[in-house]
Design a binder for this molecule. Structure first.
Ligand SMILES: C[S@@+](CC[C@H](N)C(=O)[O-])C[C@H]1O[C@@H](n2cnc3c(N)ncnc32)[C@H](O)[C@@H]1O
Length: 390
């Protein structure tokens, strides 16, 4: 593909991303993969270049752009070389017309920016919020023997964490293939450390998904005790057992939940858990480094729905914790309504509990919990709070 054809390809992909954001369709990564699957003539260099162009445009536009072309023109405004590729040659974008629409720049749609500002996320954090995430891994302590890590890594503040440049191809390293390392953001690793799961305990990962955090909990428990991984999404939960096998995690039991009736399947664990992790569904405002188009998808109504589910799941989790046990609440959000306020509301609703700010090597105190942020901590954005049942 010529450089100009790559720009036109990125514009076409952006049209799909915009449409998907409006109609709650597939994520950008999937759309890009599908687009190239139907165009086998494109080489790996083309894929990389087109993908990078599309993501540059997504990151540059705060509001949902009117079209892919308007989004690309936003980038071309500050890149003369790119603007020159709008030359109307074969497969190239047509020349730029005087006064044609250019998408507006920004960090996020206005309503969301307002929510971030109310949550004390400063303007300066915008760049970090939308930057490229490094590749973080966790060494899987369940697998014994000498470990040969890929070159180029640096230790992180997480107990078993290493950081690599984003382009590192970790999936091809023997350590990864042997299940000796897991790809996991440092912030995510730290939220697992906040659970302080110990060998022999009964621990419930209430919203386990495909088990990203469950595997870290299994390692902390040294495979001893009961680790219940539950979720309401059958497809996600079904991805957990093969991952657990690969990681050598043997103490995990999966439990599929019926949304709204979670305690039915978890009845054997009422007041029985030493610790419950609620990694709740949320807006994902802390993960824009990985999927920046998510900020075009979120609506005020969806945010309200997430907030309601978070409160309800916290109440479900509270019923599972034994006296003296702990409940850890996590969201990958930077919004106070899904963090500080949610945690404070829990404490107001449950007088038999006290908050205990997790002692982690990163993060900023935020009400009863801690906030981890791309800008201050170099991690994905998270809120984490820990409650102790009296
Ligand atoms: C933030 S994700 C969890 C990610 C996972 N813990 C990890 O580390 O990879 C939130 C999860 O909550 C699940 N969920 C949504 N509603 C639920 C419910 N009512 N009960 C349990 N899980 C629910 C979603 O299916 C999703 O997997």
């Amino acid at each position: 593909m010529t450089p100009a054809a790559r720009v036109q390809a990125a514009i076409e992909i952006l049209d799909l991303v915009i449409e998907a954001a409006r109609s709650n369709g597939a994520p950008a990564d999937r759309l890009i993969a599908d687009w190239f699957r139907a165009r086998r003539f494109a080489g790996s260099g083309d894929r990389r270049a087109v993908r990078e162009l599309a993501y540059r445009a997504i990151r540059a536009c705060g509001e949902v752009p009117e079209s892919g072309r308007a989004a690309m023109l936003r980038v071309a405004r500050h890149d003369a070389e790119l603007a020159a590729l709008f030359d109307g040659s074969s497969h190239a974008p047509t020349p730029i017309r005087e006064g044609e629409p250019v998408a507006s720049p920004g960090i996020a749609p206005a309503w969301l920016l307002q929510r971030l500002t109310e949550s004390d996320i400063e303007e300066a954090e915008g760049e970090a919020l939308l930057g490229r995430a490094p590749l973080d891994i966790r060494v899987n302590t369940l697998k014994a023997g000498p470990l040969q890590l890929p070159e180029g890594g640096e230790r992180t503040v997480a107990a078993h964490g290493w950081r690599y440049p984003p382009e590192t191809r970790i999936e091809q390293s023997p350590a990864y293939l042997e299940g000796r390392i897991e790809v996991q953001d440092t912030g995510s690793q730290l939220t697992c450390e906040a659970v302080a799961a110990r060998p022999g305990e009964t621990v419930i990962d209430l919203c386990a998904g495909a088990g990203g955090k469950t595997l870290a909990l299994a390692a902390a428990m040294e495979n001893s005790g009961r680790l219940i991984a539950s979720d309401a999404d059958r497809a996600r939960l079904s991805r957990l057992p093969p991952r657990a096998d690969r990681a050598g995690a043997t103490c995990i039991e999966t439990v599929l939940l019926d949304p709204g009736r979670e305690t039915e399947a978890l009845a054997p664990f009422l007041e029985a858990a030493d610790a419950v992790l609620v990694d709740a569904p949320c807006s994902g405002t802390g993960t824009w480094r990985r999927n920046p188009e998510a900020r075009w998808r979120l609506t005020e109504k969806q945010l309200q729905r997430y907030m309601a589910v978070q409160g309800r799941l916290l109440d479900v989790a509270a019923q599972l914790v034994k006296p003296g046990g702990r409940l850890v609440f996590v969201t990958c959000s930077l919004l106070d309504v899904e963090g500080r306020e949610q945690a404070q509301d829990f404490l107001d609703r449950h007088p038999g509990w006290r908050g205990e700010v997790p002692a982690l090597p990163a993060g900023t105190s935020r009400g009863p919990g801690l906030r981890l942020s791309p800008y201050h901590d170099g991690t994905d954005g998270f809120f984490v709070a820990r409650f102790i049942r009296l």
